[in-house]
Design a protein around this ligand. Structure first.
Ligand code: SF4
Length: 345
């Protein structure tokens, strides 16, 4: 793991020779321009943003003009950039700056983060580029770089990991050169340490990046964990007279809608509800089945009843045991039926 100070030094040195220096919003400390570019760059690539930024600036050259413009005009200039809440927040933010701050942007990240549409990372970027504040940025690109360089496992959106990353981002800040450092983090994430295949040989951290050392570039940062699939358990009562099996048609909606399935529930209750008396009941091995949204454990109970069983309730069918598995039953039920059909008495 790199020493904290050397991380910043390396990054600044790399940014100065290999980083981006000619973007239209660079070279200006005007917080209006910095803010506009930072908002446009959220979720949008630099090459897409450049023409929008230039057109927007030509129509709304400063925060007062933007605040006075009708929202429809602002949105028109945003058309095609996506995430339109950004345009509405931009307009609200401009109006707030004029109404509350006399037309001047607040100078600290903490105050900037109070404005509409400006999160902590964007606030830090504006404060660093416009006012030279030592403030840490932590957008998706930076999270990726830090997770890889320092080998941080866990989903970065999880509270504990997020807190750890903010602490790290703050601890890594350089004493001097915050603009080059902040730009370097952005440049590294956008040009080398990319999501798909990072260009490690050209990276300033190539010799001490944990992800590279361990070949974990594709694993880090870790994705959002998939929600645990709910587990359900249900008892299915396979009622047979030795040659037939009782199946019932499910209602059209719900799982296995319209298919034939053995009665479900407590065996005693199931038998009583159908006016049947069991000669004997025994449990069969459980069967697991995975649905899209849950996992079902089927607990089959085989109940023998005395014949005759030829008459069923509407929706009930006594099917020949050796044919029932092929009579429009769900896959796991077919497996259970085959088990019963082949089971010794
Ligand atoms: S060495 Fe590769 S994975 Fe590590 S920070 Fe650099 S580009 Fe990213």
């Amino acid at each position: 793991m790199p020493k904290e100070q050397s991380f910043a030094q390396r990054l600044i040195a790399w940014q100065q020779v290999a980083g981006r220096h000619d973007l239209p919003w660079q070279g200006s400390r005007d917080p209006y321009r910095v803010w506009l570019s930072e908002i446009m760059l959220q979720q949008t690539q630099v090459t897409t943003v450049i023409p929008y930024y230039q057109r927007f600036l030509a129509s709304f050259p400063d925060v007062a003009v933007l605040a006075a413009a009708p929202i429809e005009r602002v949105v028109e200039h945003w058309a095609g950039l996506g995430y339109y809440a950004r345009a509405r927040n931009l307009h609200r933010c401009a109006q707030q700056i004029v109404a509350v701050h006399g037309g001047f942007f607040p100078k600290t990240a903490a105050e900037l983060a109070e404005l509409p549409g400006i999160g902590p990372s964007t606030a830090a970027a504006i404060a660093a580029f416009s006012f030279g504040e030592r403030a840490a940025i932590l957008d998706g690109n930076v999270k990726r770089v830090l997770c890889r360089v320092f080998g941080i496992s866990g989903f970065p959106g999880a509270t504990a990991i997020d807190r750890k990353l903010w602490q790290l981002a703050e601890a890594l800040l350089p004493e001097n050169g915050i603009e080059a450092y902040t730009q370097g983090l952005m440049d590294l994430g956008a040009t080398l340490c990319t999501r798909g295949t990072p260009h490690c040989p050209a990276c300033p951290f190539a010799d001490n990046c944990v992800a590279r050392r361990d070949g974990r570039q594709k694993e880090l940062p870790e994705p959002r964990p998939r929600a645990a699939i709910p587990e359900r358990t249900s008892t299915f009562v396979l009622i047979t007279d030795g040659t037939h099996l009782l199946l019932e048609r499910r209602p059209a909606s719900g799982i296995w809608g319209g298919l034939l399935v053995p009665p479900e529930g407590d065996p005693e209750t199931v038998l009583a509800a159908r006016g049947l008396t069991a000669v004997d009941c025994r449990k069969l091995p459980d069967l697991k089945h995975v649905f899209t949204h849950f996992r079902l454990t089927l607990q089959p109970v085989l109940c023998r009843v005395a014949p005759p069983t030829s008459v069923g309730e509407p929706g009930s069918e006594w099917l020949a045991l050796n044919k029932a598995a092929d009579a429009g039953v769900p896959t796991p039920i077919g497996k259970l039926i085959r088990l019963v059909a082949s089971a010794p008495d």
